[in-house]
Design a binder for this molecule. Sequence first.
Ligand SMILES: Cc1cc2nc3c(=O)[nH]c(=O)nc-3n(C[C@H](O)[C@H](O)[C@H](O)COP(=O)(O)OP(=O)(O)OC[C@H]3O[C@@H](n4cnc5c(N)ncnc54)[C@H](O)[C@@H]3O)c2cc1C
Length: 384
Amino acid sequence: MEDQDLHEIRQSIRQLCDGYGEDYWLELDRNRGYPTEFVRELTTSGFLTVLIPETYGGAGMGVREAAVVMEEVCRSGAHAGACHAQMYVMGSVLRHGSEAQKQYYLPKIAAGELRLQSFGVTEPTTGTDTTSLKTVARREGDEYVINGQKVWISRIEHSDLMVLLARTTPKSEVGKKTEGLSAFLIDVAHAREHGLTIQPIDAMINHHACELFFDDLRIPADNLLGAEGQGFKVILDGMNAERILIAAECVGDGKYFVDKASRYACDRIVFDRPIGQNQGVQFPIARCYAEIEAASLMVEKAADMFDAGQACGAEANMAKMLASEASWRAGDVCMQTHGGFAFAKEYHIERKFRETRLYQIAPISTNLILSFIGEHVLKMPRSF
Ligand SMILES: Cc1cc2nc3c(=O)[nH]c(=O)nc-3n(C[C@H](O)[C@H](O)[C@H](O)COP(=O)(O)OP(=O)(O)OC[C@H]3O[C@@H](n4cnc5c(N)ncnc54)[C@H](O)[C@@H]3O)c2cc1C
């Protein structure tokens, strides 16, 4: 049984999302637009900054509460990919920033004056092999000079700040491949005028993802997050929260599909009876319901462990894998239940179907999660 606080968060988010119906999201999807009003309202109402401690102007809540926010946003039919990173990217500043960086940035992020919702890790030629990334940051006096390329960097055009991962020491010169990488805070507007080129990617979903080209971009050395050479840890520490929140989004997507499919199965009459009276239609929906409930328990477990300060890498990864697979199956069943109408955009299913598919690939693909479990939990041989 959910406690009263979580229940109230759920109700408030439902009310907020009611103001942004599915046609709002369909229109944005068609025009590749950004949900500025929605993100603003989610921010000013305090829901997008729940994870920022009260001392820095946030609500000071945990990942468990944040997960409820994201689940309900997705369950409403919205596309949380437009804003979810504002919740967790700031964790890099919170956990690894200097006190001066925290004092400067976090209150502004909490107030919605600064948007830190972009993080640049993935590169076109190295992909999942993060420690082989080729973007370099060279120290020159009190500046770093950045050169390289990133791909699939979401929301950069709608962010004031980005956390960037670059190499400061060549891989060949470090003891461990995870060393020699550094994390930086990039002022996007300034960077665009001094060596950063941004090119939007024409993609299957409206995720505002771009390709980035860095050509001798100079940034103040003060923008280093954490210690030089320890950037992999800065990024890694934020990943568990990200995975749990994305898993919560998948739970929301899954519930959306199950709600929609079961309703339609009751309403649609073919052969003089509701299609849901046929167990061939009913059982797949019931199975999806059970799978989503199970994934939801794993999300709760991972979130509770995260909030208790416990190591939860395995649980966060498992929650993301189970929830993304369950939401995908629910999307498929919802499509099947709607028959031909599933393909009509006005039913909204095909948009959500495309959107939820992403989460078996990003922010980490299922194979990489299985590899993590195989190696770190089950102690089987390392494969790469
Ligand atoms: C819409 C969208 C938004 C994104 N937003 C961001 C963002 O904001 N910031 C960011 O940094 N990145 C972002 N990404 C990138 C995303 O995190 C990567 O696409 C994802 O991590 C997979 O990397 P890749 O595409 O390079 O796949 P690859 O690394 O090329 O892998 C391709 C396939 O091969 C599999 N594979 C690779 N190596 C192995 C192995 N050793 N064993 C088994 N299987 C393997 C993978 O599981 C995957 O299925 C985004 C991607 C998309 C599509």
